[in-house]
Design a protein around this ligand. Structure first.
Ligand SMILES: Cn1cnc2c(O)nc(N)nc21
Length: 268
């Protein structure tokens, strides 16, 4: 995929408890219909997840996670855009790749035993994200001496682990993990200093859509965070983010088109 312009990754939650649209798409058929709508709205790729990663979320067993996402992956193989699968479990990674996934998005940074082995011989893209702790506890008073430097170092140590396993550099995407063991202040510092947090060696993925960092400065509930989410996505695009992981694809695509017209002129 070309990374000359920021790509829009549409979120497809196949979970009953995701923080912003839990239960809305729990059934596979609803998730599939939602995913196809996101593609029509202009999503460049989709991120399919069967286990909520919001703060406080309970873990989901691998068989349940697969029961949720495999029908969705199989049905969307013909949707016209690459499919990313959001999971930390090596067994789910392998099954998702066998079902046709093009990317594995691991909020755990491929740190689980067997995670690197599960993807090393595939040709899929890999998103390595920073998380401090685990969803159930990660927001219990997170603290850093230098949040930007520590996350930069974690991401590049993780990339080195992947490279040492023989994984080509062009398969790797890095992500600071907004909201994953960070205070609101940490999140805005990371967004402001995104280039320093991710470095220049690998493309970056940004996931801020509808998150509590948006609510904290707007006072809006998750269902009313569109304006803040688009603003944060653009702030990331201006700072070089390559993939924007969002719920609201059409609005984000519109915002990027207007920004591009300002920066590069209006295409006929
Ligand atoms: C699954 N998921 C939820 N938030 C995310 C984020 O910010 N980045 C990535 N890579 N995945 C996320």
């Amino acid at each position: 995929m070309s990374l000359e312009r920021p790509l829009v990754m549409g979120i497809v939650n196949v979970t009953p408890d995701s923080f912003s649209d839990g239960n809305a798409h729990f059934q596979a058929d609803q998730a599939i219909a939602h995913a196809r709508l996101l593609v029509e709205e202009g999503a460049d790729l989709l991120d399919i997840g069967g286990e909520s990663t919001r703060p406080g979320a309970q873990a989901v067993p691998a068989d349940e996670e697969l029961r949720r996402i495999l029908p969705v992956i199989e049905s969307l193989r013909d949707c016209g855009v690459p499919l990313s699968v959001d999971t930390c479990k090596p067994s789910v990674m392998q099954a998702a790749l066998a079902a046709g996934a093009d990317m594995i998005n691991d909020i755990g940074g491929f740190s689980a035993p067997g995670a690197i082995e599960a993807v090393a011989d595939a040709d899929c893209a890999l998103c390595l994200m920073h998380m401090r702790g685990e969803p159930r506890t990660m927001q219990d008073a997170p603290s850093y001496d230098d949040v930007v430097a520590e996350i930069h170092d974690y991401l590049h140590q993780g990339a080195r682990r992947l490279r040492q396993a023989g994984i080509a550099a062009d398969r790797i995407v890095l992500d600071p993990g907004f909201g994953f063991g960070k205070t609101v202040e940490h999140n805005y510092t990371l967004l402001r200093l995104l280039p320093q947090a991710v470095g220049q060696e690998y493309p970056s993925l940004l996931g801020v859509s509808r998150k509590s960092m948006i609510g904290a400065v707007t006072g809006r509930p998750p269902s009313r965070r569109l304006g803040g989410s688009v603003a944060a996505a653009l702030a990331g695009a201006v700072r070089g983010a390559h993939i924007l992981r969002v719920h609201d694809v059409a609005d984000t695509v519109d915002a990027l088109r207007v920004w591009s017209a300002v920066e590069q002129g209006v295409r006929a």
